[in-house]
Each structure stands twice: as C-alpha cells, then as structure tokens.
Design a protein around this ligand. Structure first.
Ligand SMILES: [Zn+2]
Length: 492
C-alpha cells in the first residue's frame, strides 16, 4: 500500500499586519522528503500518528513536504504556491498511489484566497482523480468549508482544546484510510455551519459548551455506522465568510444518518450559544488578584496576546502593571522582540541595560515599555516539548535572553511561539514552581501543562489580536448575521 504524505499548517489571523512569508515557515518548519519521517516519527503530532498508523499496517509512505509557521497574518502567495507546487510535482512522479494523507489546519488564509485548505485538497483531488481516497487531519480551529468536505473522503478534526489528541487523530486518519482502501468503509459525510462564531476563550473542551457537544458526539460515535464526528470550534479571527463553528459527521455508507446527526449537533450548539460568551479580568484587577493569592505559582493568562492565535506576542500591558506595583518573583513567558534580544546579546550576561521592550508590531498590544534590567541568561532558544502537547518535538525560539527587571524576569525571544510548555521557562534556568507569578501568553493551550502545577489561574483581558472580546474587532467579511456579533441572529 503506497500512501502519499504531506503537511501544511497555518492559522491565519486576518487582523494581523505580520505577513506569514517564507522566512516564517523556515523559522518554524519547512521540510522535504525523508527528513519529515525522521523529524516527526514518535512525536505527539498528526504526522507522528500518521507515520505510526502507516508503519503498523505495513504501508509505504511517500513523504512530500511539511510546512508550518506560527499563526500570524495572511500567508504570502509566494510560499503558499511553493508548497502547493512541491506537493503537486511530488504527486506527479509518485507512481501508483493507494491513498493520500494530509495534515492541514483549516484556518489558513493565503493572499487572494479565503480557504487555503479547500484549495489544496481540491488540487490534490484533481491530481489523483476520483478513486484515490484522501484523508485529512484538521485543527480544532479549522473553519470548515464545503470545499474541504467535498474534496476529501475523510476529515478528522482534533477533538480537544488544548490539543492533546493530535497523534491520536493522525493514527485514526491513517487507520480509517487503510480501511477505505481495503474496501471495508465507504465514507458518506454531512456538515453544518450554524451562524455561530465562538470566541477562543470559551472553546476549551474540559468544560462548557464544547464539552457538551463532544459528549453527545461520543455517544453518537458508539454507533458502528458512524466513522467519525468532528466539531470544529473554528477560528473567529480569520475574517472570512465561512469562519465559525463547523460540524462534520462521516458515516459508513449512510448519508441520511450523517445528515440527521449533523443537524442534531448543530441545533444543540445553537441552543447553548450563550455559553460561548467569555469574560476575563481587567489587567489591574488580575495583577492585584495574583499578588493577593496564596501559594505559587499563580498563572496570569495573557489570552489576548497568544501568538498561537496570531497575536504579536509582544504585548506589554501586564508587564507594565507588574512593574508599576513592584511585583517580585514574576516571569513573563515569552515576549517576542528580536531587537531587544540583540541588545541583550550585545550587552552580554550580567550587564545592566536600559531598552524598549515589546509593543513594536502594531498599536494593538500596548505601547513599547522602557525598562532597566540585568541580562540574566542568553541561549540559542532550542528546547524539547515535554508537556502533553507535541511531546518530544524540538522547539526553536531563536536567540533568547532573560532580562531581570527587579525580579520580574522577561523571557525575550527571536521567534514567535506560544508559551504552552513549562519547558519554555525551565530551559532558560528558571524553575516555574519557584515563581509567584507566571504571565503566560496563551489562550487555552497552556492549561494542558500548567493546570497541574498552578495554584491558581487568572484569565486576563489585556489588549491583543487573540482577544476573546470580539467587539474589539472590525469584522467585514464573515457572513452575517452571526452570534455573538449579532445577538439577535436566528437559526436558519
Ligand atoms: Zn488550534
């Protein structure tokens, strides 16, 4: 059995002015051929799961291209076309193929296209023809579209946020694809897009409305006629017509069942739409609450400055307040500021310097902050994920400095990356358990690894492009009416 394998992953925040160009992919991940297998085998990723499934059933994998970049603004035409061309040229010389495995995101917006994944899947479908099955994994934040559903035989969305089931979904996609190839499954899919745009902060699957939906989906999946159900919370900050919640049900040769289950889940999501509203504490209140809390560490979640949601990662408002109230024993993980890192490198470890940090990308994450501190450590920014997400996968923050400003330790990085793993604090020589306050720039993902170690978690409503307060954004393209932008929207 010959299986073609490729990955392209990007979550595009169309409100961001940071273009996602080739350099952003090179800084994160841009690999070809056999290197993909070497890098991802055994990791907690979709590719890791796909490789495991393929090897389990003795398939021959034909790895093509793997491209991923930190969420930011539109993916430039140049890099999108490069990856697509590479994928199609590898397909053209692949010889006889039995199936295709694609690890995609679902909320990628290349320049001039609303639906990057729909376009990629359609291109692969044209290349392989109607009879070669295509199985695709998609992020929980994918904005499901008709083109994705029509182009692929199987879609497998992550069922968790934090995304701790990526490898599981990869295994599932590989195993189901093998069954389709063997003629044991005949996928028939249905999907629904209720007029619902859940903010990121209320999308967690541990509790709340997404848990309710997945509890019902798990019951439905016990029916052997159901192959898989994916409920995509969607990525609200990709301002495209099809942004928002999406429900996908794939059954074995039973289209009527798929339709009825999808409709039932869609109606349930709508009935509980008000549970998707989210509130967080203003910055001064949140910092005061952290200082007053017992024990350590107390996590201040900077939800709106999550690079994993396309925010700059250089927001200063919580740091500004920590310094204003003279907080001690605090860490900011992490602040993206290559110029500040360069200044620290130039000064050297142990030097006392004054510089501007953060607030440099746009006017939406607070103004730059002038600080004086001591360069505590410098590193090359390489670490290994050790938490429940992406365990085993190497991470690269680029040259990284820790600036100690009166015991508020600011981790300054050269690459943009969400602080979702305590290892991103440990590898620079700081023990997160010993600190009073951890400012974590992440919306939900940090919970997988930080909930078990945090004495308390406080969600902060600081400014930023991954804010769950959707009133902060001027939407122009998403279909209307849609809840909660239009509170009186009705179910179609
Ligand atoms: Zn996601």
């Amino acid at each position: 059995m010959n299986l073609f394998l490729a990955m392209m992953s990007h979550e595009t925040n169309t409100f961001s002015n940071v273009p996602t160009d080739r350099a952003q992919f090179e800084a994160h991940d841009l690999r070809y051929g056999g290197e993909i297998i070497e890098t991802y085998r055994g990791t907690g990723t979709c590719l890791g799961g796909m490789i495991e499934a393929a090897e389990r059933c003795g398939a021959v994998l034909l790895p093509s291209v793997a491209a991923a970049a930190s969420p930011a603004g539109l993916v430039t035409r140049d890099i999108y076309q490069h990856v697509k061309d590479r994928l199609l040229s590898d397909l053209a010389v692949a010889g006889r193929l039995d199936g295709v495995l694609l690890d995609l995101h679902g909320a990628m917006v290349p320049e001039g296209l609303d639906d990057g994944e729909g376009d990629l899947i359609a291109a692969v479908r044209r290349a392989v023809g109607p009879s070669v099955p295509i199985a695709v994994t998609l992020d929980f934040h994918g904005n499901l579209t008709q083109a994705m559903v029509e182009g692929a035989d199987l879609l497998h969305g992550y069922k968790t946020y934090p995304h701790v089931d990526m490898a599981e979904r990869g295994v599932e996609a590989g195993a189901r694809l093998a069954e389709v190839i063997a003629g044991r499954l005949r996928p028939t899919a249905a999907f629904r897009k209720p007029p619902l745009l859940p903010p990121l902060g209320s999308q967690g699957t541990a509790r709340g409305p997404m848990r309710r939906l997945y509890d019902l989906a798990e019951e439905m999946e016990k029916d052997p006629a159901v192959i898989s159900i994916s409920i995509f919370a969607g990525f609200p900050l990709a301002d495209i017509p099809e942004a928002g919640l999406g429900i996908y049900v794939v059954t074995n040769d039973d289209p009527a069942l798929a339709e009825s289950l999808a409709e039932r889940l869609s109606r349930l999501s709508w009935e509980h739409r008000r549970e998707f509203t989210h509130t967080a504490l203003p910055v001064p209140d949140a910092v005061a609450a952290a200082l007053a809390a017992d024990g350590r560490p107390i996590v201040l979640a900077d939800m709106a400055d999550n690079t994993g949601g396309g925010a700059a990662g250089d927001g200063t408002e919580i740091l500004r307040e920590l310094l204003r109230v003279r907080a001690r024993s605090a860490v900011v993980a992490c602040l993206w500021d290559p110029a500040a890192v360069a200044a620290c490198v130039k000064a050297g470890v142990g030097s006392r310097i004054t510089l501007d940090v953060g607030g440099k990308v746009d006017g939406r994450h607070g103004a730059p902050l002038t600080v004086t501190g001591v360069v505590r450590t410098l590193s090359d920014g390489r670490f290994i994920h050790k938490g429940p997400m992406m365990r085993g996968l190497p991470g690269r923050l680029g040259p990284t400095a820790v600036l100690d400003v009166d015991d508020v330790k600011v981790i300054l990085t050269t690459h943009r990356k969400q602080a979702l793993d305590p290892e991103m604090i440990r590898f620079v020589g700081i023990d997160p358990l010993e600190e009073k306050i951890l400012v974590i720039k992440s919306t939900i993902h940090y919970r997988a690894a930080f909930e078990p170690i945090a004495k308390e978690i406080i969600e902060v409503d600081a400014p930023g492009l991954s804010s769950s307060n959707l009133e902060r954004f001027a939407f122009t393209r998403v279909r209307r009416p849609i809840f909660p932008l239009d509170p009186e929207a009705t179910y179609p």
